[in-house]
Design a protein around this ligand. Structure first.
Ligand code: VGL
Ligand code: ZN
Length: 205
């Protein structure tokens, strides 16, 4: 019997698409790719960045700091972002272009103001689980394909946590886009994921 597989869609939300508060270049291009990709999976889970307005990752909540400054947030290095994916706002909604009927379950993350959560599995301090790992285990899933936004942040941390928790992970690159505050950030993230054990899928279909 083949191992059970799931597709993990990371943060396909309006704020991460062009025109959004933290719009990622080309983010809209991956939606049709993801809609096609979903057809090959029985189980699809989506993560959803879901911040309270007082979230510690927002530059506006740190007077004297600018967007993209890096600070120490309760002992963890934190990039300060534009205000994005605030709970119950349009920016936090999954894209309407996404075929949401295929999504089995959605996992919110980043809800605690004091710590960011790039990974779909754990907060950045690894103290709180989102429930995604437990749910995948309950579904007897052992192999994951990961796609979404952003290659250098939430996709990377999701892949690394998944591998650490014992899942076999394929990264579907044609269905990912990166922020690239530094132009090489996504390439570095891909190399880190590959070194950790992820299979890097460079073409789709
Ligand atoms: C993300 C920055 C801040 C992401 C989320 O989805 O990669 N990046 N919050
Ligand atoms: Zn965020």
């Amino acid at each position: 019997m083949n191992a059970k597989q799931a597709l993990i869609l990371v943060d396909l939300q309006n704020d991460f698409l062009p025109g959004g508060a933290l719009g990622v270049a080309g983010g809209d291009e991956i939606i049709p790719v993801v809609n096609q990709l979903m057809k090959s999976f029985d189980l699809v889970a989506a993560t959803q960045d879901w911040h309270p307005s007082e979230h510690g990752s927002f530059a506006v909540n740190h007077p004297g700091h600018q967007v993209y400054d890096v600070i120490d947030l309760n002992g963890i290095e934190q990039v300060l972002w534009p205000t994005h994916c605030v709970q119950n706002t349009w920016g936090a909604e999954l894209s309407k272009e996404l075929d949401q009927s295929k999504i089995t379950k959605t996992f919110p993350k980043g809800t605690l103001p004091a710590v960011d959560s790039y990974s779909g599995f754990y907060d950045n301090d690894h103290q709180h689980a989102t429930g995604l790992g437990e749910w995948l285990r309950s579904q007897a899933v052992s192999e994951l394909t990961v796609a979404g936004i952003a290659t250098d942040y939430c996709v990377q941390f999701t892949v690394l946590d998944a591998i650490q928790d014992g899942f076999a992970v394929t990264l579907c690159l044609p269905a990912c886009r990166g922020v690239n505050l530094d132009a090489a950030d996504s390439d570095r993230a891909i190399e880190r994921m590959r070194t950790a054990g992820a299979v890097i899928q460079r073409a789709y279909p």
